[in-house]
Design a protein around this ligand. Structure first.
Ligand code: GLP
Length: 251
């Protein structure tokens, strides 16, 4: 397949980004069904995709969409949180995706961050995704340091799901969700860049000026481990939907 590079849609504000991204997500689900597959949607956590998830939920609530057959696949999970900690990404995705979209909770896959052997758990996760037929559309956010999932700068683009140490800047960025910044986990299990690149379509959403440097490095800089998201340039079907603030350094 010819690689043409990421397509970019710039919209005035985050609400328009959510509308466009929800349309693409639901189209991707329809394409999977038309091809005879059970749709598999990769879901990121973080604040950026929340308006998109809300738009999809509205489509389900009004009857415009029915996602009962959809599997949801998480990008990553913190290591070291208690089983019932609401900040686990499994818990967050149950609240923000599975419930509002009317999915079967048994159809949410999250990396097993409690596994004694992370490498085994990572390989098992990738095998489960493959057994489902692969991800049809993977929603992605981007970290301020250019991370995808929890693939921090320096990540090996050839790796599948694996355990990582979080960058201090990532721990600071995520500290708002924890009463004490020292409580932010130091490790996570993340889909590797190789796992992410196996999805049929990647849908990156980026809003706010804070993401502008990372987005510019990802799309206009060299493909280099310093900016993990630069691997997007190597995938044949990437759509980046950004607001004007996030796209501010792209022109
Ligand atoms: C988090 C997640 C990423 C997410 C990123 C940006 O730590 N692991 O999947 O894309 O950081 O989050 P936000 O959208 O809140 O800026």
């Amino acid at each position: 397949m010819k690689v043409t590079g990421p397509r970019l849609v710039v919209l005035p504000e985050p609400g328009a980004v959510a509308d466009e991204a929800a349309r693409v997500l639901l189209d991707s689900v329809g394409e999977a069904r038309a091809a005879g597959r059970t749709p598999v949607v990769g879901v990121a956590t973080g604040s950026t995709p929340q308006p998109l998830y809300a738009r999809v939920a509205e489509a389900v609530a009004t009857g415009a969409a029915d996602l009962a057959d959809v599997w949801a696949v998480a990008l990553d999970e913190y290591v070291g949180l208690a089983a019932d900690d609401p900040r686990r990404y499994r818990a967050e995705l149950l609240r923000t995706v599975v419930g509002p979209w009317g999915l079967d909770p048994g159809r949410l896959l999250v990396p097993d961050a409690d596994a004694p052997e992370p490498d085994v758990a990572g390989a098992a996760y990738d095998a489960r995704i493959a057994a489902l037929g692969g991800v049809d559309v993977q929603v992605l956010g981007i970290g301020r340091n250019g991370h995808l999932g929890f693939n921090e700068p320096g990540a090996d683009a050839g790796r599948g799901t694996h355990r990582v140490r979080l960058a201090e800047s990532t721990r600071e960025a995520n500290a708002a969700h924890f009463p004490d910044p020292r409580d932010v986990p130091r490790e996570a299990l993340t889909q590797g860049l190789a796992t992410i690149l196996r999805a049929r379509r990647l849908l990156l959403v980026a809003t706010s000026e804070a993401k502008a440097p990372a987005l510019a490095a990802a799309l206009r800089g060299p493909v280099h481990p310093d900016c993990p998201a630069s691997v997007l340039q190597q995938h044949p079907d990437v759509l980046v939907v950004a607001d004007e603030a996030a796209a501010g350094l792209l022109r």
